[in-house]
Design a binder for this molecule. Sequence first.
Ligand SMILES: [Cu+2]
Length: 66
Amino acid sequence: MTKAQLNVKGMSCQHCVRAVESTLQKVGVIAQVDLENEKVSVEFDEKQINLQTIKGLIEDQGYDVA
Ligand SMILES: [Cu+2]
């Protein structure tokens, strides 16, 4: 498993946390949102998905990935 931490702007409440975490869980990514620090920690299998795709999925939810 590969671990990464992304800076994500625009998450403001538990709804955002759930939106991001559940979207990523659906594609097999373990995600944990740190709302206070605007970070998302992800753990994923590089054979299944890459970081660029993960960033795109978060952006599709309406948040900005730095
Ligand atoms: Cu929200």
